[in-house]
Design a protein around this ligand. Structure first.
Ligand code: ARG
Length: 321
């Protein structure tokens, strides 16, 4: 699984972000959000948000990323969490549909932003979800470049039925994991695949079946299981670019565990965004993720029938092109 050609040939990370010009906690749609406590020091917190976001932006540029910006919009405080805008792979973006009305208002501006990205050649195609299907973008659908699959979290924000749609749309396996703890309402708050195949995750965020599905695919040596303290700093909500792992913060033990595997850990504190339930990964969306070009049936894990059939469909689709 390690050091394969794909990681060596990885193109420059291309990331979508949104400046926090209108960021605030003005409603509550997850347990982190407390509009009253935000209102008590909103000026100070808004200033902190600008400073923290700018430091994250700088850290990502220094890690080698190219960054596109969505224009901020007054009245849409959570537009900064671009991870939720879409699921993007192989130049194709599937636009998100949000669970809560407060965030549904972001769907139209995000679509405008994606059309513009397409016009500039950053994306090849844009698709919409079938009527009624809810999927909050990469927040619940995280690409694992080494396993060539999507990890999909469902329950609080995204529908389990998104699994089949994403598998068909992108022709890659999708492993669906039910979320079990309201604090980890988007899967990206609790699971992060790293460049060389390790996966950072908080076991308590998942149901027993979800946890078993993770452990079935991630070898013991590649598991970086974190405790509740690191989980609550949103340490698993990390951005991994090559050998660099950027996160809001973590314990010394977690830092050493990641560094022992050859990565550089950069802490970019994001306390103002944590008040909204978001960390580093939530504030970014990778536009450059690519699947393994021609996946063959033999590469799919033999015990996973839905992954195998998705791979088969993909091979069939390629044969017809
Ligand atoms: N306040 C936002 C919400 O509840 C935070 C979103 C964080 N994004 C993420 N990808 N986890 O929707």
């Amino acid at each position: 699984m390690r050091g394969n050609a794909m990681t060596k040939l990885a193109p420059r990370a291309h990331i979508l972000m949104c400046r926090p010009a209108h960021f605030a906690v003005s409603y509550a749609i997850n347990p982190w959000m407390d509009p009253q406590s935000w209102a008590q020091e909103d000026r100070v917190l808004a200033t902190a948000a600008h400073r923290e976001w700018a430091a994250l932006h700088r850290a990502l540029l220094e890690a080698g990323a190219r960054i596109e910006l969505v224009p901020p919009i007054a009245g849409l405080p959570d537009l900064v969490f671009t991870a939720n805008a879409a699921v993007v792979l192989d130049g194709k973006a599937v636009l998100a549909r949000f669970r809560h009305p407060q965030r549904q208002a972001e769907e139209a501006p995000y679509e405008v932003a994606f059309r513009s990205l397409q016009n500039h050649g950053a994306l090849e195609s844009i698709r919409t979800l079938p009527d009624g299907l809810v999927l909050e973008g990469a927040g619940d659908c995280v690409w694992d470049p080494v396993r060539n699959l999507f990890w999909l979290g469902y329950g609080p924000r995204s529908d389990a039925a998104a699994q089949g749609f994403v598998a068909d749309e992108f022709g890659v396996p999708v492993v669906a994991l039910e979320l079990a703890d309201p604090r980890f309402y988007h899967m990206d708050t609790a699971l992060c695949p790293l460049t060389r195949g390790e996966v950072i995750y908080y076991p308590g965020a998942f149901t027993a079946a979800g946890l078993a599905a993770i452990r079935a695919r991630v070898a013991p040596a590649d598991r970086i299981e974190i405790g509740i303290e690191d989980a609550c700093r949103l340490a698993a909500n990390a951005v991994c670019i090559g050998d660099t792992v950027v996160m809001s913060g973590c314990s010394a033990a977690l830092r050493s565990a990641i560094e022992a595997r050859g990565y550089r850990v950069i802490a970019a504190p994001l306390d103002a965004f944590l008040r909204s339930g978001g960390g580093a990964f939530c504030l970014t969306l990778r536009l450059d993720r690519r699947s393994r070009a021609m996946q063959t049936v033999g590469e799919a894990a033999p015990s996973q029938s839905n992954e195998r059939s998705a791979a088969r469909r993909h091979v069939a689709a390629n044969a017809m092109r």
